[in-house]
Design a protein around this ligand. Structure first.
Ligand code: R5P
Length: 318
């Protein structure tokens, strides 16, 4: 049993301050005071500006660009909280980027998802909150408890209200087909699957085939994350050739580096790109075809329940 006193204290690194603010607004509390900056020699420095002795501390940092800097920042923030005698430290990582490097599927490659887990625990994380991991097994990389939240209920609600008629949910590859099946069931739609092949370690993919029928039907193209958009755009081309009418693209994580956002939304077959705010989106990456659904209430409620020792799983029981 941890000895934690008072309200939870929520700190944010530099990766996604808006999400931390939104979570605090949901919880009707102020964000924790902390300084996180780099010295001129490129060393990251952290100073917690309030007492956290025996407090239940939550540190929010999403693994977004610059990913490695943000991970280092998180490790240092955890270390600062541990040395300040926090009662319990939870790392809140809405997007755990290295989950994609989760197995040794080529000779002499790392399992970086595991390495980062080890680093977080060594720094002092007592537990983790993450959202829609690329592979659920990544939970097992940690020895501390992991609460993996899912944005699915929110995405399902969105499409249920949107009422597209009789859509087909299409999984962008075999790997995501199980989650796509659950999503399809929840929106009462049939499932089709694109057979995808990745070409080398670059961001190149090839869609080979569609298992299922999409002809003359609206499609909800489903994935856990969109990075360069190569997977999505390849799938869009294939299902368009198979006669899909209009395509709605949905994913929890919209990483969208460089011009990915513009490349996806300029595709005339794509009517809408629906993502959550696990990754910040701003400036020229935002446009009228992109719908961002906030997961701040979900994260806020999970933080409240963890703090109060109540069920988090109950959030997803319908
Ligand atoms: C891969 O297995 C994932 O489910 C996504 O399809 C992938 O991360 C998307 O990456 P990109 O947009 O660069 O093709």
């Amino acid at each position: 049993m941890y000895g934690v006193n008072g309200n939870p204290v929520i700190f944010a690194g530099n990766s996604h301050p808006q999400l931390a603010e939104d979570i605090c607004q949901y919880l009707s509390q102020d964000i924790g005071q902390i300084e996180v900056f780099k010295f001129s020699n490129d060393n990251t420095f952290v100073r917690i500006l309030e007492n956290v002795r025996q407090k239940d501390v939550f540190i929010l940092q999403s693994d977004v660009e610059p990913v490695n800097d943000n991970i280092m920042e998180l490790l240092i923030m955890i270390d600062a909280a541990k040395r300040a005698s926090a009662g319990r430290i939870t790392a809140v990582v809405p997007y755990y980027s290295y989950a994609r490097t989760d197995k040794k599927d080529q000779p002499r490659v790392p399992i970086t998802g595991r390495l980062i887990a080890d680093l977080l625990e060594t720094a002092g994380a007592d537990r983790m909150i993450m959202v829609d991991l690329h592979a659920g097994q990544v939970q097992g990389f940690f020895h501390v408890p992991v609460d993996e939240l899912t944005a699915m209920p929110r995405l399902v609600d969105y499409f249920t209200e949107r009422d597209l008629g009789d859509p087909v949910v299409v999984a962008t590859d075999m790997g995501i087909s199980k989650k796509a099946r659950s999503f399809a069931d929840a929106v009462s739609a049939p499932l089709a699957i694109v057979e995808k092949r990745r070409l080398g370690n670059e961001d190149r993919v090839e869609s080979l085939n569609v298992i299922g029928d999409v002809k003359d039907q609206p499609v909800i193209l489903f994935d856990d994350e969109i990075s360069t958009g190569a997977t999505m755009l390849s799938a869009v081309e294939t299902i368009t050739q198979r006669g899909a009418t209009e395509i709605y693209v949905v994913a929890t994580h919209g990483v969208l580096p460089g011009d990915a956002s513009a490349r996806i939304t300029s595709n005339s077959h794509i009517k809408e790109l629906v993502i959550t705010d696990t990754v910040p989106l701003s400036g020229d990456k935002v446009n009228s075809k992109i719908k961002v659904i906030s997961i701040a209430p979900l994260l806020g409620e999970a933080i409240r329940r963890i703090h109060e020792g109540r069920s988090v799983g109950a959030l997803f029981t319908r």
